[in-house]
Design a protein around this ligand. Structure first.
Ligand code: C5P
Length: 307
């Protein structure tokens, strides 16, 4: 007899892009990427218990606006469950509760983390034993960043971001993460990239120097090679972010940049103490934003408690 699963909690990390090279838009409307994903210690948790019906509830940290979380019938957790259930020919059931700490529409792949957490949790809850290969393929159908949320660590992303290859990263990198009360739409930032760079190359810029910097373990070297092709369109749409980056760098961060499509900004620091110092300085300003400290790399979606 198989052990029954009473319930479990899966934790999935936020990502930042250490390098985000974007090529000219493809015929399917997506952009070819050469990115270096980096999972950082800021997490959404998803708890799942058996139930005859299907329910998804959401709790949020106090800095997240609950109204910004899409809870209609087509949220990404529902879609993950539908896809996994269809893949195995089983019915969708369970009582799920998502606890969100990753900003919504923040450029840190919070929705992708929830999708990855749902795939891992429901695979266990429904005792499906889906192969890693199938889980990654289902993840890719849910969104470009979802496979990385399963894999975690530091990894190169190619294709539209869904082809993930882990890279060696022996460092511990410290980040100050500055949230923005209003989100930015990822498709809108990509469309603005197309307007700003009509002659973007078909092949996105490579990340060789950044990978060498990662290998060196030297945060100053990493700071010099961080790169985000979506930063120019994000700053154009949200000029306030340029000031935010300048402030963080003036407070001593080695380098600030927009995370993914923004509007979250991340600041690389020398150490945990240095990151807490920079965070403290940003919090002492006249209109303090929400400021977090996180390090990376951390694991992808993983079970933290078994029921
Ligand atoms: O794959 P995902 O659902 O996360 O993508 C959301 C949107 O972001 C896409 O519909 C597209 O507008 C844009 N996108 C893109 N190129 C990528 C990834 C995302 O244009 N490589």
């Amino acid at each position: 007899m198989r052990n029954s699963v009473a319930g479990l909690t899966v934790r999935a990390p936020a990502k930042i892009n250490l390098h985000l090279g974007v090529g000219a838009v493809r015929e399917d409307g997506m952009h070819p990427l050469l990115t270096v994903y980096h999972a950082v210690g800021l997490y959404d948790d998803l708890s799942a218990i058996p139930a005859p019906d299907w329910r998804v509830g959401v709790d949020v940290e106090d800095y997240i606006d609950p109204a910004a979380v899409p809870l209609d019938g087509d949220n990404i957790v529902d879609r993950a469950a539908t896809l996994l259930a269809a893949h195995h020919g089983v019915a969708r059931s369970g009582d799920l509760q998502v606890t969100k700490a990753i900003p919504v529409a923040g450029g840190m792949a919070g929705g992708s983390a929830d999708a990855a957490a749902a795939l891992v949790a429901l695979d266990r809850l429904w005792r499906l034993e889906t192969s890693d290969e199938d889980l990654l393929a289902l993840a890719a159908r849910l969104g470009s960043d979802v496979p990385f949320a399963l894999v975690g660590g530091t990894a190169v992303g190619t294709g539209r971001g869904e082809i993930v290859t882990p890279v060696a990263d022996h460092g511990t990198w410290w980040w100050v993460v500055v949230l923005s009360p209003e989100g930015l739409s990822t498709p809108e930032v990509y469309r603005h990239f197309d307007r700003l760079f009509p002659d973007a190359p078909a092949t996105p810029p490579a990340a060789g120097e950044l990978l060498a910097a990662l290998d060196s373990g030297d945060p100053h070297r990493l700071a010099a090679t961080l790169h985000n092709d979506l930063q120019a369109p994000a700053l154009d749409l949200r000029p306030d972010l340029a000031r935010r980056i300048a402030t963080g760098e003036a407070e001593g961060a080695l380098r600030g940049l927009v995370s993914g499509s923004g509007p979250t900004c991340v600041f690389l620091c020398e150490s945990g103490d240095h990151a807490r110092e920079v965070a403290g300085a940003l919090l002492a300003g006249s209109e303090p934003p929400v400021v977090l400290v996180a390090n990376g790399p951390v694991a992808g979606a993983h079970v933290v408690t078994h029921g």
